[in-house]
Design a protein around this ligand. Structure first.
Ligand SMILES: [Zn+2]
Length: 632
């Protein structure tokens, strides 16, 4: 499980096209095409383009078509996993929106707003804060809207014998009460509270962590655990099991895709179908291996129960699908980085016993996505490294992708005022303007290609550090990958590999370090309620910056005109301290030191000052900047 890296909403003010861009694209897109489609509250909706698609050979286009259908076929699995009431809520909303002629315009506008956020976040819980958002109209107005839609022919998901009014009464708390099912994933519910019971997702029903002490699960990644009448049952996600209908549809499209795939990809798709049929871990392993061994297909897909961020235990996979093709020109630079994996491993700033010999099989592609669904869309990662199974990674390597057209759309839909507001000096703002895109793409590549693939863990963990580090694992692993990237960015190897020009190197390092420090401040805008960070990548970045503030002279907290700044003042000290922290983070992972991981994040990564957040939110609102972006 490592992660699928969602640099979800990339590094605050990052973005931009090619770090490692080479020649200009053969068919350049029109310069004025639209990226930012609209704003909904603190969300932006941006348009993705898949420019290379039209020049692909016909068989690859047909392959993509079938895989695209498979991606859509599983979308509702994720809706249901995220929240048991999601599909019913969506049906109610969409019935109103598609039968809206008689609905009061003000109420309709509010239902539009809410539904757009619902679609972007796959349900009523914010993707970043994990907290519930609600309809802001009066319940009576919503009731009137539903009745008006019914008059126009809307068919609501009524239960047997239920009236529309009864349905609306039953569902009112879901749409209107923030205190009902408040947090979708709650890893830190407070003393004495259970992380499963405190989380509103649908991965566990009636089960507490204590129940699981004496329960041996057979399908760690692909099951839901349900307790009924004191008995615990695993509902396995497979044909004939949970999500049978959706999985059958996915398998049908995958079967249609196979004739158009390369032989290695056809083998992988066959193994995936087998896993969907049996749900057995042995078939999941066979699929992971077949998938990672297909390294050269021009088209690829990720389809299944993959990332574990939504589960407070960090075990259950959320369903997702991506379909993509390789962006050849940008892939060349990443390949050079991947080919040097052992060089980096030999120079990791951690104890020699944690260095791996013969780092193998690292494949890195710059890709353009054609569709992302489930856990990976519309809010998308910018880089992915899979499979998550540590054992397979060590034996067979992993595949990394950088989502080029996502980065492009993110950057083109972001404004420069943002950088100016949080930069301490005009020089810093200019540096960000000029270099942050290059710096962040290179850092993302280092994070994925070198960071996650690196390091060795102690024998006694039996290849599974996550079962020792539990809810701390994902944030720790993301920290490790970020630290590797930050540590090596100033290395002359970057120039030697042709990834950046020697003359620009210093500026690029400064731009990245400054941006990283700023981000710890700016990211607080995403958490409008509470004073704690839940999302793993946000925890990781907060932890690193707060640790550097406490343990180095690299960053200073400064104030001017009532505004706070995190000013990066010493890049040498920054890199040196990153090396120290990285050595400790690697030790924690390698030894499965849960207590140390928990202490690290509790001290530096989870809690923040509400007054500081309020200040940041006020500054962002003044600029009218989005907190996150959904891509369509
Ligand atoms: Zn990552």
């Amino acid at each position: 499980m490592i992660h699928g890296d969602d640099e979800n909403t990339p590094l605050t003010d990052s973005g931009k096209p090619a770090a490692i861009a080479t020649a200009t694209s053969p068919q350049a897109p029109p310069p004025d095409r639209k990226y930012l489609l609209e704003r909904v509250d603190d969300a932006a909706v941006a348009q993705l383009y898949a420019d290379g698609f039209s020049s692909l050979p016909l068989d690859q286009k047909i392959l993509i078509w079938h895989l695209y259908q498979a991606a859509l076929a599983g979308r509702d699995i994720y809706y249901d996993q995220r929240y048991a009431h999601n599909l019913e809520m969506r049906e109610v909303l969409e019935q109103i929106l598609t039968h809206a002629e008689r609905v009061d315009p003000a109420t309709l506008a509010e239902i539009h707003r809410y539904t757009k956020l619902f679609w972007l976040n796959t349900g009523p819980h914010n993707n970043l804060t994990a907290r519930k958002f609600v309809l802001k109209c009066a319940p009576e107005a919503f009731r009137d809207a539903a009745r008006a839609a019914a008059v126009s022919g809307a068919a609501f998901p009524l239960r047997c014998g239920e009236t529309l009014d009864a349905l609306l009464t039953r569902m009112q708390p879901l749409f209107f009460e923030p205190g009902v099912d408040t947090i979708v994933t709650n890893k830190t519910p407070g003393p004495g509270k259970d992380i499963l019971a405190s989380s509103a997702n649908n991965l566990y029903v009636g089960v507490s962590m204590k129940d699981l002490d004496s329960f041996q699960e057979k399908h760690q990644l692909n099951s839901r655990i349900v307790k009924t009448d004191g008995r615990i049952v695993e509902e396995v996600y497979r044909i004939g099991g949970k999500y049978d209908k959706e999985i059958r549809a996915i398998v049908g499209h995958l079967e249609a895709a196979i004739p158009y795939a390369t032989p290695t990809m056809a083998t992988a798709l066959g193994a995936l179908i087998r896993f969907y049929e049996t749900g057995l871990d042995v078939d999941r392993i066979a699929y992971d291996i077949a998938w990672v061994q297909d390294k050269s297909s021009p088209v690829d897909t990720i389809n299944g129960f993959v990332e574990v961020y939504m589960d407070p235990r960090g075990m259950k996979g959320a369903w997702e699908a991506l379909v993509f093709y390789v962006n050849r020109e940008k892939t060349e630079g990443i390949r050079r980085l991947a080919a040097s994996a052992q060089w980096f491993e030999d120079r990791m700033p951690w104890a020699p016993q944690y260095r791996k010999d013969g780092v193998r099989g690292i494949t890195a592609n710059a890709i353009d996505v054609v569709v992302e669904s489930g856990d990976s869309g519309p809010i998308t990662p910018v880089g992915i490294n899979l499979p998550n199974d540590q054992d397979i990674r060590e034996k067979y390597g992993s595949k990394s992708v950088s989502l080029t057209n996502v980065n492009e759309a993110y950057d083109k839909s972001t404004s420069a005022e943002f950088r100016r507001e949080f930069a301490w000096s005009p020089e810093e703002a200019e540096r960000a303007e000029r270099w942050s895109s290059v710096a962040s793409e290179l850092t993302t590549d280092l994070h994925e290609v070198i960071g996650h693939a690196s390091g060795k863990i102690a024998e006694h963990l039996k290849g599974s550090p996550q079962s020792f580090l539990k809810e701390q694992y994902s944030a720790l692993e993301e920290s490790r990958a970020d630290l590797v990237a930050l540590y090596f960015l100033p290395d002359p190897k970057m120039v030697e590999l042709g990834l950046i020009n020697a003359a620009d190197h210093n500026e690029i390092v400064h731009a990245e370090y400054e941006g990283y420090a700023r981000n710890a401040l700016v990211q607080l805008r995403r958490i409008r309620e509470g004073t704690q960070i839940e999302e793993d990548h946000m925890r990781n970045r907060q932890m690193i910056v707060q640790w550097l503030l406490a343990n180095s002279s690299a960053i200073e907290v400064r104030r001017r005109d009532g505004k706070t700044y995190y000013a990066m003042v010493d890049a040498t000290a920054f890199q040196e301290a990153v090396g120290r922290l990285l050595a400790e983070v690697q030790r924690i992972k390698a030894e499965g030191d849960y207590a140390a991981a928990k202490a690290l994040f509790e001290t530096y990564g989870v809690h923040f000052d509400a007054a500081l957040r309020d200040e940041v939110v006020a500054r962002v609102e003044h600029l009218n900047m989005p907190s996150y972006t959904g891509f369509v």
